[in-house]
Design a protein around this ligand. Structure first.
Ligand code: DGT
Length: 230
């Protein structure tokens, strides 16, 4: 088994080294992105993982901007989204050191959140226009390379239960309605492909199962995830 594993890793290394491969991991809040990265971190010579800067969002020069966004979205959503957009761009532009770069979410998925905030009038028309103009300008002026999006598809009731179980202080106000709306937007975007721009192929994985089962799924699907869909 060890020998086969080594050969597999060497093959991946050779293939990915040729061009550098970027994978973005998408999905609802608590869809299991962290579990996904935990699994792939074991390929440490091959894969570098860029997790979402939630720590920075919780402590931006002493301010918890994530908490502010949940407490008073009308006041803070635009501020939060503009900071998210900047931190996402920063993640995309980080120089790749390993053959495979894995990124938690992307500048593209922030669109789902912004759209939802706008639909609920928590981001006003003009704020929405300014965020969209920034987004369009970023895409035009930077080369944001994404080779594969892995969509961790989950049921809203499952993610809500996980959010309740992990009990993050900022997320106490999250409702089923909120995760349902984000779920619908992810589905429109990545399944129906009728909403926002998709920069690459999408691999959809059922991510409703618990941790050991998800690790099994990642083990089975690892070549598609690391090599791409061809
Ligand atoms: P995981 O590992 O799948 O459980 O990932 P999470 O839930 O830790 O990470 P994520 O990206 O779904 O969200 C972390 C928190 O940040 C969560 O409360 C949702 C919030 N969040 C992330 N991106 C955005 C965004 O663009 N806009 C808004 N309003 N909230 C966001």
């Amino acid at each position: 088994f060890l020998k086969a594993h080594k050969i597999f890793v060497r093959m991946l290394h050779q293939s990915a080294k040729k061009h550098g491969f970027t994978v973005c991991v998408e999905g609802n809040i608590a869809s299991g992105k962290t579990t996904f990265f935990e699994y792939f971190k074991k390929f440490s010579s091959l894969v570098e993982v860029h997790e979402e800067p939630v720590t920075e969002w919780r402590n931006l020069h002493g301010h918890n901007i994530l908490a502010k966004m949940y407490e008073d979205p009308r006041r803070w959503a635009l501020t939060f989204q503009s900071y998210v957009q900047m931190t996402m761009l920063d993640m995309h532009l980080k120089k790749q050191k390993c053959p495979i770069k894995m990124v938690e979410r992307s500048i593209y998925s922030a669109k789902c959140f912004v759209e939802n905030l706008h639909r609920n009038s928590l981001v006003l028309d003009l704020e929405y226009i300014v965020l969209s103009e920034w987004f369009d300008w970023i895409l035009k002026s930077h080369n944001i390379k994404v080779d594969l999006m892995v969509y961790l598809q989950t049921r809203p009731d499952v993610v809500l239960q996980r959010i309740r179980d992990r009990n993050r202080a900022e997320e106490q106000r999250i409702t089923l309605e909120y995760v349902q709306a984000l779920h619908d937007l992810h589905e429109e975007w990545l399944i129906k492909k009728s909403k926002f721009y998709i920069p690459c192929q999408v691999l959809v994985l059922d991510a409703n199962s618990d941790l050991p089962e998800m690790h099994k799924i990642y083990e089975e699907r690892k070549s598609e995830i690391l090599f791409g869909l061809g």
